[in-house]
Design a protein around this ligand. Structure first.
Ligand code: CP
Ligand code: NVA
Length: 308
């Protein structure tokens, strides 16, 4: 059987992704059922960048599934520098049953996966954050029910988190608008792909430069930092460009009254979101953080076992 990776939401069918979100909910409801499901397996976790949520949730997920995780930072292995990505892959596959990897360039993650016989899970690259999107759709479903025909508006940078959410929304038939400043729109290829998937299900994926217009009728408002990891030298110019894109009481007031507020975290309070919104009843940001654990268990189980 061909090994499966989880590198991009684009690689998986809508049916498989929908099943993954549903399975995440089942794992959450009945964690005891999977206590030893991955007993005897070892997973390498390679992180080129910092992480709180992804590191802790994968570590705890592996522990609670009976598996062992080996955490490796750039200080440990210098991926692509101390030796080639290919050689690193060919070593690792002799010892471990899978790899969770966070890299700067998406190509590093893809090259690693292409060189390995064992599954690779993208734990965030500059292009996508697929694990975040799966956990978030569990949170959305819990809060608002079936997503088909509902509306998610992403405010801010057309970044990795935006890309994964946009494709997943399209594949599940949820309307999606990315409202970004000029020059910070999501990747055109991603928009095209997501829009085509959405169209097949009678939904729309759009890009806008007007946050006040975009949030009308939104069921979900989502934002992320204006400066992602690796873009720190652009911080000042980004602070200026994104000034009108803060999620505050006024902006959320234009969405549906029961709209939920989401953020992958870490948040820069006072920049892309105010304390008032982060700490409001509409905010589900810590549910999102919790659901990373359950959905990552579901991803690991789906990739590492033939049957769940
Ligand atoms: N949301 C998220 O992936 O957080 P970390 O960068 O802390 O892992
Ligand atoms: N867009 C952010 C997400 C962090 C989870 C980044 O890449 O830094």
């Amino acid at each position: 059987m061909k090994k499966r990776d989880f590198l991009s939401i684009a690689d998986w069918s809508g049916e498989k992704l929908s099943a993954l979100v549903e399975f995440s909910g089942q794992v959450k409801q009945n964690p005891r059922k999977y206590l030893k499901a991955l007993e005897g397996k070892s997973i390498a976790m390679i992180f080129e960048k910092q992480s709180l949520r992804t590191h802790v949730t994968f570590d705890v997920a592996l522990y609670e599934l009976g598996a062992h995780g080996v955490y490796l930072t750039q200080a440990d292995i210098s991926l692509g520098k101390r030796e080639s990505v290919y050689d690193t892959a060919k070593n690792l596959e002799r010892w471990v049953d899978g790899v969770v990897v966070r890299t700067f360039a998406h190509t590093t993650c893809a090259d690693l996966a292409a060189s390995m016989r064992v599954p690779v899970i993208n734990a965030l690259t500059d292009h996508e954050h697929p694990c975040q999107a799966v956990g978030d759709f569990l949170t959305i479903t819990e809060r608002i029910g079936p997503v088909k025909g509902r509306k998610l508006v992403f405010i801010g940078d057309g970044n990795n988190v935006c890309h994964s959410l946009m494709i997943l929304a399209g594949k599940l038939g949820m309307n999606f608008v990315a409202a970004t400043p000029h020059g910070y729109e999501p990747d055109r290829k991603v928009v095209k792909l997501a829009a085509a998937a959405a169209k097949r299900l009678g939904a729309r994926v759009d890009v806008s430069n007007n946050p006040r217009e975009a949030v009308k009728d939104a069921d979900v408002l989502y934002t992320d930092v204006w400066t992602s990891m690796g873009q720190e030298t652009e911080r000042e110019e980004r602070m200026k460009a994104f000034r009108e894109f803060q999620v505050n009481k006024r902006l959320i007031g234009r969405a549906k009254p029961k709209a939920i507020f989401m953020h992958c975290l870490p948040a820069h309070r006072g920049e892309e979101v105010t304390d008032q919104v982060m700490d409001s009843k509409q905010s589900v940001v810590f549910d999102e953080a919790e659901n990373r654990l359950h959905s990552e268990k579901a991803i690991l189980l789906t990739l590492l076992l033939d049957e769940k």
